[in-house]
Design a protein around this ligand. Structure first.
Ligand code: ADP
Ligand code: MG
Ligand code: MG
Length: 887
């Protein structure tokens, strides 16, 4: 078993073993870049340490050997009294994790070697500065002393000197700081700072291992869905010094702008500084362009290396470097994080630069990024006053008056005001308020908190965990860190894409990407990038993408967004509004004649609905689902109606209509409507209803054909569990179609299929396929039926608990439960095609627009996915990526 690897032994592809930082240090070393030498203690060692509760056997010896080799290479011994080798001890997991231990620099310094360092460098100040840094970092991260104590002591020294810059502290001042730091350590740990260099090293390594399990790190992993069992590597590296003087410094850089994706030099440099100073805001940094003025040679060398790294990684890189007395050293690189906009632009630019192929460009962007680009944005050029930054829990840009309780949210929203619901955290009682609000802002909780989960489920903008806000729901106000107070009724703006909270109403700008999809001709680099990537994804994909649309407007928009038909046209909306009365008539009808009369009135209205939708989707398939929800959904609420009737009786009045209706509402009332008289059961109970719908569809198709349109309706029967149910309904529909064909003297081509949304249907799909021309998996209901929970009740009630316990890490309503529900989709498809090899199979639940789910549907061989119009581009992109990923 090997625990430790020299930088020269590894490569960038060994992130599992060496962690991201270690793997990339190895890669740069092997590229011949100026990297201070060192070695990596593997993630395996960390896992062994954590499970055995101590360093695994052989590790100490390997560290000794590698340290000896390092000393040999550097010609110095660790912590040597005359000429000390100093090292950094750096944590580095497979995925970058800001929640973990910080790095310890200058390991090897002690009361003696600090003198050696001063003599060799001819700078006492530099030596003392390095020592105080070691004490500070070691004390804080290895010995767990509150780091505030150190920064306070440092501030005190600056105050005593009458300055606020660390540069004004001279060697003696720093010697004083060193003494006070040592005293702090002694006071708070009960022991002296360890003087033995090797002990310092061993303690630091152990602290890195243990930092894997701190609360911060765990929380971060849960939020970012990083597995718990990876462990971290530890990198031990010879120090280089940016704090030597003004001819030295430390910096960070990106090879392109990570915000916009534009080419150019992006970075910050700070003279006479070490490590994180450059990003810690202790002094003002300069840009890389200005660095060129300070040290042209190092600057040009850096540019040269950045170009090399980009060519080598074929991607935008993120870099840490240090200049020691005019010599450039590379300390870190990795493929840089970027905004969605930058991701699309960089991918396409790199194709044009010949660095990558289009296939790879498509793989480098994601559907989630595309979805983010489609939300309206706050206008970045507008004047904005930032109040706080929290977690970007659910994207979007929302503006409204701050309210602090659900009642007010509902009340104000009802009178037409936009409100933002502000809470410390939300619970199921806040649901009404969340529905009524444009956005939700909380001061506590992370991306899996109640507020975040529910807001994402509803598509509401949400910023959560804005911890700097002090929310007082009793006083109906929140206080901002700068002392400002926002009271009920004050307007605020929240950006769920970035987590920012602004004062007042920030103007909202339409997304250029949506404008592009809508067909606007734009001279915009991002729009061009998106367009090219989409074209390539479309060329690669096998899955077709349809939309769920119930209105001609939605259908037309989805078509502009690239939908290849409608996968689900619900008909229930067509029975609402004024048509409710007709549904009432149907329900209270005493006899066959009354039923027929009510249906006859509905028929022309339905036909008109379908004609318009078929026109919007001319030439493309339109799957129309026959009525699915229970009829009482179209009737007044039982309690309200009972009260109304009772009050009338009290006044001695008799409201005939209300009284009759009440009898029927009572008759139709169900304990479990989701499992009640709905779907195909309605069609069997009230055959005239489905016959009327079928006739409306057939006649609409005939009308369209008459005017030389190309209607392609498909009739879909919901909630079938038994092939008999489908066969009975199908026979009726067939007869109606035959009648219409006869009457209109034309041939109509109308497929008849079913939804598979009950476990029994998936299980008996081979039998059901005999009566179906197509299947469409209704994964919303299928998920509810598979888990036995009703979405409306459970999501806000207990899902956040389920996330905490890791029962699932994403809602099965958001991303398909591939094992359970996915298993049924796969089985249903296979069984259906055993009977009808060319059975068309699609999916019409919301999962049709979810990236991971789309990949799954592609892999199991469905013909199409169907999703809401705004998700159509996302599904197109992911369907393409799924194919390219397999190649
Ligand atoms: P993080 O993972 O937080 O970026 P790093 O391990 O990269 O932590 O180290 C923190 C800072 O210390 C960085 O600025 C890094 O460049 C610097 N640093 C790390 N090792 C050395 C070294 N051997 N010599 C000089 N600076 C170093
Ligand atoms: Mg770093
Ligand atoms: Mg359903």
């Amino acid at each position: 078993m090997t625990w430790v690897y020299d930088f020269a032994e590894g490569s960038k592809d060994q992130k599992d073993l060496l962690g991201g930082k270690g793997a990339n240090l190895a890669e740069m070393t092997n590229l011949g870049l100026p990297v201070p030498p060192g070695f990596t203690i593997s993630t395996e060692t960390c896992r062994a340490y954590l499970s055995e509760g101590g360093e695994p056997e052989g590790m100490a010896e390997e560290v000794t050997d590698h340290l000896a080799a390092l000393e040999e290479a550097m010609g110095k011994k660790l912590g040597d009294a005359d000429d000390p080798l100093l090292v950094s001890v750096r944590s580095g997991a497979k995925f970058s994790m800001p929640g973990m231990m910080e790095t310890v620099l200058n390991v090897g310094l002690n009361d003696t070697s600090v003198g050696g360092l001063a003599a060799r460098s001819e700078s006492d100040r530099f030596a003392q500065d390095s020592y105080r840094r070691l004490l500070q970092m070691f004390g804080g991260t290895v010995l767990n002393v509150d780091s505030e104590l150190f920064s306070e002591a440092l501030d005190e020294a600056k105050r005593a000197k009458g300055t606020d810059s660390d540069l004004d502290l001279d060697a003696d001042d720093l010697r004083g700081v060193v003494e006070s730091f040592k005293a702090i350590i002694k006071e708070h740990t009960g022991r002296d700072f360890p003087q033995d260099p090797r002990e310092q090293l061993d303690l630091a390594v152990r602290a890195v291992f243990e930092s894997w399990n701190t609360d911060r790190a765990r929380l971060y992993r849960r939020q970012e869905r990083i597995p718990e069992d990876l462990g971290t590597a530890v990198n031990v590296q010879a120090m280089v010094f940016g704090n030597f003087g003004m001819d030295s410094g430390s910096g960070v850089a990106f090879t392109r702008d990570p915000a916009s994706g534009e080419q150019g030099e992006y970075g910050d440099y700070l003279q006479n500084a070490q490590g994180e100073d450059v990003v810690a805001g202790i002094r003002n940094t300069v840009s890389l362009a200005d660095m060129a003025e300070i040290d042209r040679t190092s600057h040009d060398h850096l540019m040269d290396i950045m170009r090399r790294l980009e060519r080598h990684y074929r991607d935008m890189c993120d870099i840490e470097f240090t200049v020691e007395r005019g010599k450039l050293w590379m300390l870190q690189t990795r493929v840089g994080k970027r905004t969605p906009e930058a991701a699309f632009r960089i991918a396409v630019h790199m194709v044009d630069e010949g660095l990558i192929q289009m296939d790879e460009a498509v793989l480098r962007v994601t559907g989630d990024q595309l979805a983010l680009l489609m939300f309206p944005r706050f206008d970045e050029t507008a004047d904005r006053v930032l109040l706080a930054t929290g977690m970007n829990a659910s994207p979007g840009a929302a503006v409204g008056k701050a309210v602090f309780d659900s009642d007010t949210a509902v009340e104000w929203a009802e009178r037409g005001e936009d409100v933002i619901l502000v809470r410390k955290e939300t619970n199921p009682d806040d649901l009404r308020g969340m529905v009524a609000a444009r956005g939700i802002l909380t001061s506590r909780g992370g991306k899996t908190s109640h507020a975040a989960v529910v807001a994402r489920g509803m598509g509401r903008t949400c910023v959560c965990g804005a911890e700097s806000l002090d929310v007082d729901t009793k006083a109906k106000e929140f206080r901002v860190r700068n002392g400002e107070t926002v009271r009920e009724g004050d307007v605020i703006s929240i950006d769920g894409t970035t987590g920012e909270v602004f004062a007042g109403a920030v103007p909202v700008a339409d997304s250029v990407v949506v404008r592009h999809f809508e067909g606007e001709k734009l001279d915009d680099d991002l729009a061009h990038a998106v367009s090219r990537i989409m074209a390539h994804a479309d060329g690669a994909r096998r899955l077709r993408v349809r939309t769920n649309a119930d209105t001609p407007d939605d259908a037309a928009r989805a078509r502009r967004f690239g939908a290849q038909g409608i996968g689900l046209c619900r008909t229930e909306h067509m029975f609402l509004g004024e048509r409710r009365e007709l549904v009432e008539k149907l329900i209270v009808a005493q006899d066959e004649e009354g039923v027929e009369a009510a249906l006859a009135e509905l028929l022309p209205l339905q036909r008109q609905d379908f004609t318009e939708i078929l026109e919007a989707m001319d030439g493309l398939p339109v799957t129309i689902r026959l009525l699915d929800p229970p009829l009482h959904e179209f009737l007044p609420d039982l309690t309200e109606l009972s009260v109304e009737v009772a009050l009338a009786e009290e006044r001695g009045e008799v409201d005939e209509r209300a009284t009759t209706l009440l009898t029927h509402v009572r008759r139709l009332h169900e304990q479990n409507p989701m499992l009640g008289l709905r779907g195909v059961r309605l069609g069997i109970q009230i055959p005239g209803l489905f016959r009327m719908q079928a006739r409306a569809i057939a006649e609409a198709a005939a009308d369209r054909q008459q005017v030389h349109g190309a209607p392609r309706p498909e009739i879909m029967v919901p909630l079938v569990a038994s092939v008999r149910e489908l066969a009975i309904v199908r026979a009726e529909i067939d007869r109606v179609i035959a009648e219409v064909q006869e009457a209109r003297g034309m041939k109509l081509d109308i497929a008849i299929g079913t939804m598979i949304e009950l476990p029994r249907a998936a299980f008996l799909a081979d039998r059901i396929a005999k009566a179906a021309d197509f299947f469409s998996f209704g994964t919303n209901d299928l998920t509810q039926m598979a888990w036995g929970f009703s979405r409306d009740d459970v999501e806000s009630a207990f899902f956040s608990r389920y996330f905490e316990h890791g029962i699932f890490d994403v809602s099965p309503f958001e991303s398909l439960d591939q094992l359970g529900v996915g298993g049924m989709v796969e089985m249903g498809t296979t069984k259906g095609r055993e009977v009808k090899p060319d059975l068309k199979v699609g999916v019409c639940g919301e999962h049709g627009g979810d990236p991971l789910s789309v990949h799954f549907f592609d892999t199991v061989g469905l013909d199409y996915v169907s999703c809401s119009p705004f998700r159509v581009p996302v599904a197109r992109l992911e369907a393409g990526r799924s194919v390219l990923e397999r190649r």
